[in-house]
Design a protein around this ligand. Structure first.
Ligand code: GTP
Ligand code: MG
Length: 154
């Protein structure tokens, strides 16, 4: 089954949105298999956003993620199609284009303060999960109670 990396960014943490994010993924039926608060190093953040290195906003993005004014709340969620569904639940990169009902569409108005990150593909999910949760034992395999009422075998 599929896993994705979801992170509440420092602005989302300051604004008290951590529980809103967790609530939406839990309510949907996804399973939380990893969770921690981190102040990422610049190096980790630069690796995480390596594909954006040439963008004019890159330095500002790295500063805001890693300056320690609030932690990043890093999570791994598991379940059917969770990578694509997670992106849909988060909404478009620019909150002014995020549909109402999405996390960004409900809580954000600025692309530079869009509160949450989600892996955009299977490859990114694998890379990001190992980058943020590299240590053994940080991800837990468990069976969510009542999961047979959420996920059928056929
Ligand atoms: P993530 O889930 O955080 O990866 O966002 P995304 O996949 O929707 O967008 P993308 O990976 O292209 O950009 C990563 C992050 O860079 C965005 O979430 C924004 O925080 C930031 N970003 C992207 N475009 C802009 C921009 O034009 N201006 C600013 N200030 N920030 C941007
Ligand atoms: Mg992205």
């Amino acid at each position: 089954t599929e896993r994705t990396f979801i992170a509440v960014k420092p602005d989302g943490v300051h604004r008290g949105l951590v529980h809103k994010v967790i609530e939406r993924f839990e309510n949907r039926g996804y399973k939380l298999v990893g969770l921690k608060a981190v102040v990422p190093s610049r190096q980790l953040t630069e690796e995480h956003y390596a594909d954006l290195k040439s963008k004019p906003f890159f330095k500002g993005l790295v500063d805001y993620m890693s300056n320690g004014e609030a932690p990043v709340i890093a999570m791994v969620w598991e379940g059917p199609d969770v990578i694509k569904q997670g992106r849909a639940m988060i909404g478009a990169t620019n909150p002014l284009q995020s549909a109402p009902g999405t996390i960004r569409g409900e809580y954000c108005v600025s692309v530079g303060r869009n509160a949450i990150h989600g892996s955009d593909s299977f490859e990114s999910a694998e890379k990001e999960i190992s980058l943020w949760f590299g240590k053994a034992g940080e991800l837990i395999d468990w069976k969510r109670s009542g999961s047979e009422w959420v996920i059928s075998n056929n």
